[in-house]
Every structure is written in C-alpha cells, then in structure tokens.
Write a protein that binds this ligand. Structure first.
Ligand code: AMP
Length: 546
C-alpha cells in the first residue's frame, strides 16, 4: 500500500529561495579578482540569480545544456551554480589546474555551449580558443569597466547579462532527477571521467551535511571554503551553507598561508574547509604570528589523509579538526571524523590518534570492504579490504563513458572507490591507502600513508610522499621523497630511525631523496603518479631486509 503524502521534487533553486526568505542577511564575502572585497547577502544573491537566469535564457540556454565555469571561489560563481541548475541546464565546473589537453577533452566531451571565466584565465583561453567547440561562447565574469582586452577572443560581459533584468524568476518545475552539475575527476590513467549530479542528490547531500556537522552548519557561523567551487562543488558548501544559514567567505585566487590567515582574521571565520596542503601554509603563518586567526574554531580536512602532526598542531591550539573522507563520485562526503560524545574528553594524544581515522559514515552512505574475490571482510578494525560505497548521493554511472562504467561497479551495484581501508566495530573507517599507492614488496603490502604519517611528525619536514619503485628482487620497494621545511633539516638517519621505532625493517624505505617541492595534482594533492614516473629509474641502495 502506498502512503498518502505529497511528492514534491527536490530542487536546488528551493535552497536559495529558502535562504533568501529565512536568512536574508546571511553574508557572502568574496575576495574578487578585481582585487577588492565584495559583500552581499543571500537575499541579494537570490535576486541577482534570477537576473542571471533571465540572461542565460536570453542567450538561448535550454534544459540539459551544459554550461561551463572556469573560476575561483566568489559570489558570481555561486550565482552561476544556482542560475544554471535553476533553469534546468547543467553547471559544469572546470578545474583550471588541469592540463590544456585534459581541459580540451572535457569541454568537448561535455559539449559545453557556454563558458563563464574569471578574467585571470583569459590568457589561457586565448591559447586554447582555436581548439574549442566552434559555437561555444565565452563570458568574462566581471563588469564593463573591468573587461579585459583579449585578442582573438570574443568575450561577453557577465554584468551585462544581468543589467536591467527583473530580479524575480519563475523557476521551472523540474523533475528531481534532472541533471544539475557535472564535475570531471582525473584518474591516473585514461581520460577524465564525469560525475553528473542531480537536483535530488545535491539537495539530499546538503541535508546530510547539515545534520552531520550541526556545530558548523548553522545560522551565524562563518565558513571559508578553500576547497574550490571547481572541485566537487566545494564539498557541497554552496548548498549546505545557505540551507542552514551559515555565511560563506570566498577566498578568491590567493590561497597562501598569509592571505588565508589575514582573511580569516578579518572576517572572523569559524570553520575552514580544504585539503591538507593548504593547511600546512596556514599552520606556518599561525606559528609566525604566534596566534590563531580571530574566531577560528574548526577545520575540515579532506581530499587526502590529514597527517597526525597536522591534527595535533590544530587541536593543541583549541581548533577542532574534522577529518572527512569522500570522492567526486560521492558528492563528495562519505565519512566525517568528529568524535562521538563518549570520546570527546580524551587527552590530546588519544584524541589525535582517534581523529587520524577518517571517521564514521554519514547518513545515506553505506560502506563495505571486500577481499579481491568480492567476499565481505569483517568490520574488526584489522582486515584491510577494497572499499565499496552505495547511497543516494553516489554516482550510478560516469557521464557517457561506458568503458569506465564497466570497471566501476560490482555485481550488486556498489561503487568501487579504489581505496583500501579497515572499518572497526564502531564504524570508524581507516583508509590504509589508495589501492594503486600501496607498495608490494615480496608479496606483502606496505602502506605509504602509514609511513608518511610518521615522517610528517619530524619538525624538519614540510611535506613528504612514499612511493613504490620497481625492484628486481622484491617487485617494489618504498622510496621516501621529502620536502624539508624552510630553513630546517630532516636528515636521512633521523627519519629512518624514527620510522624504525614503528615499522619492521622490511617496511622501511630503502632510500630518502630530497626535493624543493612536491608535485601537486589539479586538486592540490601530492601527485604520486608524477613522483613514480620521476623516480621510476631511481637506483635504490642494497639494503638487508632481514
Ligand atoms: P577526489 O574525487 O579528487 O576528491 O578524490 C577522492 C580520493 O581522495 C579518495 O578516493 C581517497 O583516495 C582520497 N581521499 C579523500 N579524502 C581522504 C581522506 N580524508 N583521507 C585519505 N584519503 C582521502
């Protein structure tokens, strides 16, 4: 028997409409590419979004059309999120750090009809333009006074699209499974793959985030998404913040430690979200200033494993660390690391230990770990297995990519994350490695993450990575690549000595090499693929593993 309740579709436009009426003064603060700081509110944003929607219709955009953005975190990018999905088109966020080749691939694969760009990317677009789809138009996200001259590019002006338009819009009644957003993720091999979010998955994800992090996502809180709007919807913040009344502080293009510290201090940011590499910079500035930014109380770290030393550094100063795990294909949040109440009074060292795991699943996401034959492994905190996920905010197939889809799901329809993890009896997930980053030595697996965690606690280390180097006898052996902290040293003997207190001899790196900086991926993670290529021929010294 069916129930008798209304069945209204979940729509993204309703989030901003709600914020406009319930949190009209909720703020959006943006560091603009023009160089100044811009302030607006949810009420104003709703009006400008309506004007933009009319502008998009005026350009002939229709339901299902893909509209690309190439932009930093700022209020115009947020307006695009809502206006594009609101009219039934698909907001395709492009990561500007992708290679030119990848960018061209995804623009063509997505069949983008329109591209909105921050003016900073105009020189890049001038180079790429000859290879863009012929009928794709480009809009510069600025006003008339700041329009760049761009030989060879015909640019429309963002503010012209809004000028003079009525600030109300009758949003179409879209079915909730209508596509709303598109984000490509670049694997280690092959072309980038597109995750196509729906209105339903996006609204559910925002609701899930809200109930998962009630201390952060609530009226009056000020949140800094350093995680870019071009990387998996800035982890859902553009939806979860207006839904709950939290304010958004957008950092624009400057993401170094000092710029972030100053902005957070000035804007009294409570919670800041981003990948570990960003927080290394902020922690350096916190040390230099001898204090935290005013009002800072919480940091959400995800995208790669948060090193234990980083969790400790924040927690020591009274900043709560929430270590979260997820994927582009998961909208992205899968687990969150805030501790259950019964563990909240743990002493620092135990708290840091507990927070080094990736935490517990959020409502709506199911987890399972299996052996290589697909048999489920116990949740005993000891048995590492291939991690699979299932839920309403998880992709059920890459966008127009049959080849990738054949490998991405198991027979029961669970999505294969490519991560290797343990889950304990209380549901705590511990990512032991990316399957492809594990090092296979003499038939045994060595976790690069475990080794890195220890190395990162050396005061002379700014960043590090452990990678597999092919080895004739053992198949692979670990190599430690270190970026020393400015003006500090991290001698090889000290690092190996530290590691040998925690690991068996055969698990220790055979060699340590020092680099000026570690290569990063387009999403700000250390690129182990690049390192593996760089050091593929590295000659390891003969070491006895006994
Ligand atoms: P992306 O889709 O680019 O966000 O990458 C997702 C992948 O990043 C995951 O499959 C993990 O390998 C890694 N990742 C994300 N968050 C974490 C975390 N907290 N700890 C360890 N790895 C993470």
């Amino acid at each position: 028997m069916e129930g008798l309740m209304m069945n209204r579709s979940l729509k993204i436009a309703d989030i901003l409409d709600f914020a406009s009426s319930n949190f009209p003064k909720g703020e959006i603060v943006s560091v603009r590419t023009e160089g100044d700081i811009h302030r607006t509110t949810y009420r104003e944003t709703a009006k400008r979004t309506a004007q933009l929607a009319r502008g998009l219709n005026g350009l002939g955009m229709e339901r299902g059309d893909r509209i690309a953005t190439l932009a930093w975190n700022g209020y115009r990018h947020l307006e695009l999120y809502y206006a594009i999905s609101g009219i039934g088109s698909v907001c395709h966020t492009i990561n500007p750090r992708l290679s030119a080749e990848q960018m061209l691939y995804i623009v063509h694969h997505a069949k983008d009809r329109l591209l909105f760009t921050d003016v900073t990317f105009v020189p890049l677009l001038q180079k790429l333009a000859p290879q863009f789809p012929k009928d794709m138009r480009i809009v510069a996200m600025t006003d008339r006074a700041h329009m760049p001259t761009a030989e060879g590019l015909e640019l429309l002006c963002y503010e012209d699209l809004l000028d003079g338009q009525p600030d109300q819009f009758d949003w179409p009644d879209l079915a909730e499974n209508t596509a709303a957003g598109l984000c490509y993720t670049s694997g280690t091999t092959g072309n980038p793959k597109g995750t196509l979010y729906t209105h339903r998955s996006t609204v559910l994800h925002a609701l899930m985030a809200g109930i998962t992090l009630p201390n952060v996502l609530r009226e009056g809180r000020r949140i800094l998404p350093v995680v870019p709007l071009f990387h998996v919807n800035a982890w859902g913040l553009p939806y979860a913040a207006p839904l709950t009344g939290a304010s958004l502080i957008f950092p624009g293009p400057k993401l170094d430690g000092k710029s972030l510290f100053d902005l957070m201090d000035q804007e009294k940011v409570y919670s800041a979200w981003g990948v570990p590499t960003v927080w290394l910079g902020l922690l350096g500035q916190i040390r230099a200033e001898g204090r935290n930014p005013d009002g800072f109380g919480d940091v959400v770290v995800g995208g790669s494993a948060a090193p234990r030393s980083m969790i400790e550094a924040f927690e020591k100063t009274g900043v709560n660390v929430c270590h979260a795990w997820g994927m582009t294909e998961m909208s992205p949040i899968g687990t969150q690391g805030n501790l259950p109440v019964e563990l909240s009074d743990l002493p620092l060292d135990k708290r840091v230990e507990a927070k080094s795991s990736q935490g517990r699943r959020v409502f709506g996401v199911e987890l399972k770990i299996t052996d290589d034959d697909g048999n489920r492994l116990p949740h005993d905190g000891k048995s590492p297995g291939n991690l699979f996920v299932r839920g309403n905010t998880i992709t059920c197939g890459y966008f127009e990519d049959e080849g990738a889809n054949n490998e991405a799901f198991d027979a029961e329809g669970w999505f294969k994350t490519g991560d290797v993890a343990t889950i304990d009896e209380n549901g705590f997930l511990l990512i032991t490695d990316r399957a492809k980053d594990l090092i296979k030595s003499g038939g045994e697996w060595i976790s690069s993450l475990d080794l890195e965690n220890v190395v990162m606690s050396h005061p002379g280390v700014a960043s590090c990575a452990v990678i597999a180097v092919p080895h004739e006898k053992w198949t692979e052996r670990p190599l430690l690549v270190v970026q020393a902290a400015a003006g500090a040293e991290a001698p090889r003997e000290e690092l190996i000595e530290m590691l040998s207190r925690h690991f068996a001899k055969w698990q220790l790196p055979d060699d340590v090499v020092y680099v000026d900086s570690l290569p990063l991926t387009a999403t700000g993670k250390v690129s182990k693929l690049t390192l593996r290529q760089q050091f593929a021929e590295h000659e390891m010294p003969e070491v006895s593993l006994g």
